[in-house]
Design a protein around this ligand. Structure first.
Ligand code: GLA
Length: 386
């Protein structure tokens, strides 16, 4: 459905007459199943790509001009590849693909002009990684068009580099990696230090994944994200000389209590250490087809993100607390950076309708905000559509 309307809109905007064909692409959003705020602490995370994401129509042009439009905001973004591409606040979402073009140029990849149209069915700024999605998608399309056979890990690294260098957010690699390497019905168990990864089949039996959008924008997330990153760095610097660890995920809980006196830093380090443990337990639970244990670890992860890492907030906590009270739900947690955005729940498939109606009502009663619940499937990563 999206594909047809995208093609139609593409022709309406750019016209049909052109020597080059319109190519259609898709990149998924992602949820972080477990391993939250672990990627920049050098540990194992478990994200998965989802069935919602961003579609793009792409047509090569024989010039150096890139035209882009997106349903995420109606404005046109136009840039010349012949001049330097710089960050410009007024270009809004356009800075994401522009940052990628800049990164591709810096790598010496011969990108040429193009006409593009993006159409997203991911709620924007909701913690499902719409920004990483548009970046991975842009890098994929332009490198293909340039005849550069980009490896999926290199693709993720390039998209992350553009976020770090062009946008200025020091995010880890989890989101970009999941969007590039996603595999239907599988979680990705990824070591963010070595980029070693394995797929873990997500056999959830009678349970399904329901995303819970708080519809609360994540205004604090960038500043608080960088603050948590700095706290983890300080905690690591305190432990390093005493214990010889290289990454905070390696910290032993007894050493944390012994060597970190500041109660806030201690809590942060305990989240990182316990969350890392939960990732291993979650992988084992999935391998043993123990869905209930897996669900229970999600609740525990959320608790740790709320109490020790303090990145959830009233809206996400309300979603998870409401979900926990429903008999059809066996696990729920926030997903992504936090401070708003989305949570997700594991819900028995024949209870999804009643669960969704219940949680929307519960959430509205406790926050005054209209939240939304929708089921997602676990999907493949970025790809060209036939
Ligand atoms: C954001 C970042 C990721 C990761 C998560 C928290 O989504 O982009 O790199 O740190 O937050 O797990």
């Amino acid at each position: 459905m999206e594909v047809k309307s995208l093609q139609k809109q593409f022709y309406q905007l750019y016209g049909r007459e052109d020597p080059y064909p319109v190519e259609l692409y898709f990149a998924p959003g992602r949820i972080c199943l477990i391993g939250e705020h672990i990627d920049y602490n050098g540990g194992w995370v478990m994200p998965a790509a989802i069935s919602r994401g961003i579609y793009a129509g792409f047509r090569k042009e024989d010039n150096e001009i890139v035209w882009m439009r997106s349903n995420m905001d109606g404005r046109d973004i136009v840039c010349s590849l012949a001049t330097e591409i710089t960050f410009d606040e007024t270009r809004g979402w356009g800075n994401y693909p522009l940052g990628v073009l800049n990164e591709l140029k810096n790598k010496g990849i011969a990108v040429s002009g193009a006409e593009l149209m993006f159409q997203s069915n991911l709620p924007v700024g909701s913690g499902l990684s719409s920004s990483a999605c548009v970046k991975v998608l842009t890098a994929y399309m332009f490198s293909k068009q340039a005849g550069y056979n980009i490896d999926l890990t290199e693709l993720a690294q390039l998209a992350q580099a553009s976020e770090n260098n062009f946008i200025g957010v020091q995010c880890g690699i989890m989101d970009q990696f999941a969007i590039a390497h996603g595999k239907a019905n599988n979680a990705i168990l990824l070591n963010c230090n070595t980029l070693e990864h394995v797929y873990v089949p997500l056999r959830l039996g009678d349970y399904r994944i329901v995303v819970l959008n708080t519809n609360k924008s994540r205004r604090l997330s960038e500043s608080k994200y960088n603050e948590r990153l700095a706290e983890c760095q300080t905690a690591l610097n305190l432990l390093k000389p005493k214990t010889g660890i290289k990454h905070l995920v390696q910290a032993d809980p007894r050493d944390i209590d012994k060597y970190i006196k500041d109660p806030i830093l201690r809590k942060r380090a305990h989240h990182v250490s316990s969350e890392q443990q939960r990732v291993q337990e979650a992988a084992a639970a999935l391998r043993n087809l123990n869905v209930e244990d897996f669900g229970d670890l999600l609740f525990k992860s959320h608790q740790s993100l709320k109490e020790d890492y303090q990145v959830s907030g009233h809206e996400l906590d309300t979603m998870v607390a409401g979900a926990q009270q429903h008999p059809g739900c066996i696990g729920a947690k926030m997903s992504g950076a936090g401070f708003g955005g989305c949570a997700f729940a594991l819900v028995k498939k024949d209870a999804i309708e009643s669960f969704s109606a219940y949680i929307e009502q519960y959430y509205h009663r406790h926050t005054g905000i209209k939240g939304t619940a929708f089921e997602v499937e676990i999907a493949d990563g970025v790809r060209k559509l036939d």
